[in-house]
Ligand binder design. Structure first.
Ligand SMILES: *Cc1c(COP(=O)(O)O)cnc(C)c1O
Length: 441
């Protein structure tokens, strides 16, 4: 691995980076919010810009020596606005990650206690969309809309009538586990009719939007937040786009409201990722993500497995294991992990188990697509996942809550010696060996 100084001077730390590199290379990374950044983004993130303090904004800093980072930040902002054709918008590229970006928007545009509408976490929302233990849920009054219980899709009429009833100050769209297209225009119109600010948190799908594979929330949505490290394939960071009228309040909320010095190395990483996202190759990449997700969905369904909302129109899908056993998602995550397939347990709509022991598994194709995998690999991987599901489909989550952690531990111990796990792991090794990871030698 190319970290010779760590290797020589800090072997204790180096061993874990080395092990992690091996894990990232040898496994199938199917967490839909993860990706592999390019060597250029890695260089920016590991650059000397990490040495610099730059509190404030370009041209208005509280520190000397900002002449170069001012250029970096301005370049990043220009590329961001250009990529999304966001005319009439301002962009702030300083949020340290997606969660602080969302909190900064609330802090800028709401008073504590104001009403906000969103989809709750168990249905595919995010922690910062009003979860009671999150600062968002403590500081603001969240009213939650639901998915249509039959189609498991957004029900825009129901959202509109809830908005008329509650008159929220802000309405959120954009999710973490929604496998279909979001009609941002409809969400915006619903907000306007109710006198609310429209906010789209496109974290998961920003790369698809940039690549023309998902309808854009521009140029109408009032505020758009996004992480930069998911389908956009940039560094761990975030951006806030806002209509000009909200720009000053949002800039003030990010700094000095919530943060001190911006991470200029991350901002350089965003700039590098934005340049890549503007290329024809990235458009192809985004299109392939969706094709792969659909191929994976078709393969899983052909194996008799149930997908929430019947499939995928974007980069992710949600496997509902309730037909086998409620709570099976927990065990499946562990079993897939043992077979070197990385995914995460997830609640499904109408969850009959619990958030920590949910019945679903969320799968995504952005990282595998970055490695160059296509439909044929997805079809194969679908059969491998189905093999694991079928092998462990009778696993019972104990009714007694206190017995659950031990049951999961005991289950994990059986995995190493399981022949289906071994067989799938060998097939995974065969696939990953053919697809190198960018930035990993
Ligand atoms: C990932 C995500 C976030 C938060 O991002 P972090 O960088 O993990 O704080 C916020 N909203 C949505 C919809 C997300 O998917």
């Amino acid at each position: 691995m190319n970290y010779p100084n760590l290797q020589a001077n800090d072997p204790e730390l180096y061993q874990w980076l080395d092990a992690e590199q091996k894990r990232q290379k040898d496994g199938l990374e199917m967490i839909p919010s993860e990706n592999y950044v390019s060597p250029a983004v890695l260089e920016a993130m590991g650059s000397i810009l990490t040495n610099k303090y730059a509190e404030g904004y370009p041209g208005k800093r509280y520190y000397g020596g900002c002449v170069n980072v001012d250029e970096v930040e301005n370049l990043c902002k220009r590329r961001a606005l250009e990529l999304f054709g966001a005319e009439g918008y301002r962009v702030n590229v300083q949020p340290l990650s997606g969660s602080p970006a969302n909190l900064a928007v609330y802090f800028a545009l709401l008073n504590f206690g104001d009403t906000v509408m969103s989809l709750p976490l168990p249905l595919g929302g995010h922690l910062t969309h009003g979860l009671p233990v999150n600062l968002s849920g403590k500081a603001y009054k969240f009213v939650f809309y639901a998915l249509d219980p039959k189609t498991e899709l957004l029900d825009y009429d129901a959202i509109a009538s809830l908005a008329r009833e509650h008159k929220p100050k802000l309405i959120l769209s954009g999710y973490t586990a929604y496998s279909h297209i979001i009609d941002f225009k409809k969400m915006h119109d619903i907000a306007k009719e109710a006198g609310a600010i429209s906010m789209a948190d496109t974290s998961h799908i920003t790369g698809l939007i940039a690549g023309g594979q998902h309808p854009s929330p521009f140029p109408f949505t009032d505020v758009v937040t996004t992480t930069t490290h998911k389908t956009l394939r940039g560094p761990r960071a975030a951006m806030i786009f806002s209509k000009e009228e909200y720009g000053d309040a949002i800039d003030k909320a990010v700094f000095p409201g919530m943060q001190g010095g911006p991470h200029e190395h991350a901002i350089a990483g965003i700039a590098a990722a934005l340049k890549e996202a503007a290329t024809p190759a990235f458009k192809e990449y985004a299109a392939q993500i969706v094709k792969n997700s659909q191929a994976l969905a078709t393969s899983l369904q052909a194996e008799g497995l149930r997908l929430v909302a019947g499939g995928s129109e974007n980069h992710l899908l949600l496997l509902d294991l309730t037909p086998f056993r409620p709570g099976l998602g927990v065990f499946l995550e562990k079993a897939l992990d043992a077979a070197h397939i990385t995914a995460n347990k997830n609640t499904v709509p109408n969850e009959s188990s619990s958030p920590f022991y949910p019945s679903g598994v969320r799968l995504g194709t952005p990282a595998l697509t970055t490695r160059g995998m296509k439909e044929a690999e997805m079809t194969h991987i679908g059969t491998l996942i189905a093999k694991i599901v079928k092998e462990f489909s009778a696993t019972e989550l104990p009714e007694e809550k206190s017995a659950r952690p031990q049951a999961v531990k005991d289950f994990v111990e059986t995995l190493a010696g399981n022949s289906v796990v071994k067989e799938v792991r060998a097939e995974v090794a065969g696939i990953t060996a053919r697809f190198p990871v960018p930035g990993i030698a």
